[in-house]
Write a protein that binds this ligand. Structure first.
Ligand SMILES: [Mg+2]
Length: 298
């Protein structure tokens, strides 16, 4: 009887253990679902979802951009107090020390937050097109990147001219300028403070010609951007080539070249698929996956 009872208890124990194991397995599957199998009504994966959500509601994003611009206030005062300080040593001509001062900022994801455009793409399952981007940019409804407004206004109040050198096309120059002004950014009307692609034939997506033109008449104290191309023209190389460009310019980062985070898009991403936009999104994703350096458990 006792043995039978013990046996029954042991059987119950084994059944319970098996049930617990199955339950544990089920829990593991709940927390790590097969990414390729979607339940009914589950949204399709989208490579922009996490980046866009982060930009729109992560306090960690706001804290990051606020931190960059907090450093900018400190660096700007250092730059104003050092007549030889320049962010463009290769472009400044002799005598630049006595020129009026300026700073150069990129627009998108540096001072203007375009996450509503990206959110529209994610929610409607679309990908970027020139037509939808032009409609968004021309509408002038972007918000300010946290920290950018206070910094640029403080710079202008100290007599520093603020330039926005953007790869937005000249066809949205008016909407972009209006957007900046309505947000309260300093935009000088007496000069061409918002410099767009195509305003002059030599103003291409490589921003070097525009930077050099500003350096003719100003001592450029600082550059701001979210893309390597906001600082140098050789930004479209392979990931390894970009690493070399980064190292070559290591004295600038955090000093007179400040970078804002952009996890959604940029030359960092297109570099991973050889800047070959003829590839489908799936082919681009495959190229990116090939380059991830993964842990290989023994
Ligand atoms: Mg940008």
């Amino acid at each position: 009887m006792i043995r039978v009872t013990f046996g029954a208890a042991k059987t119950k124990f084994m059944i319970c253990a098996a049930a617990l194991a199955l339950s544990a397995c089920a829990t593991m599957y709940d927390s790590a679902p097969d990414a390729n199998k979607l339940a009914a009504n589950e949204p399709a994966p989208n490579d922009l979802l996490n980046a866009t959500l982060w930009l729109q509601q992560a306090v960690e994003y706001k804290a990051t951009t606020d931190s960059v611009y907090a450093l900018a206030h400190v660096r700007l005062d250092e730059a104003l107090n050092d007549p030889k300080w320049t962010a463009l040593p290769d472009d400044q001509k002799p005598g630049y020390e006595s020129l009026p001062t300026a700073i150069i900022l990129d627009a998108d994801e540096t001072v203007l937050d375009n996450s509503p455009y990206q959110a529209m793409l994610v929610k409607t399952g679309q990908t970027y097109t020139d037509a939808s981007w032009t409609a968004w940019a021309g509408a002038g409804q972007a918000r300010a990147v946290p920290g950018a407004l206070a910094f640029t206004r403080a710079a202008a109040a100290k007599g520093v001219t603020v330039f926005y050198v953007t790869n937005r096309n000249v066809n949205v120059d008016e909407g972009t300028t209006r957007n900046l002004k309505e947000l309260g950014f300093p935009v000088k009307d007496s000069i061409n403070a918002v410099m767009t692609v195509g305003e002059k034939p030599e103003w291409t997506s490589k921003k070097g010609t525009r930077r050099a033109e500003i350096a003719e008449n100003y001592r450029v104290l600082m550059l701001f951007g979210d893309n390597l191309g906001d600082f140098v023209d050789d930004y479209k190389g392979s990931p390894a080539a970009r690493q070399k460009v980064y190292v070559t310019n290591e004295g600038h980062w955090g000093r007179d070249w400040l970078v804002l985070p952009n996890p959604g898009y940029g030359s960092w991403e297109s570099s991973a698929f050889g800047n070959d936009y003829s590839l489908t999104p799936g082919q681009q994703r495959a190229r990116k996956l090939e380059q991830l350096k993964g842990w290989a458990p023994e």
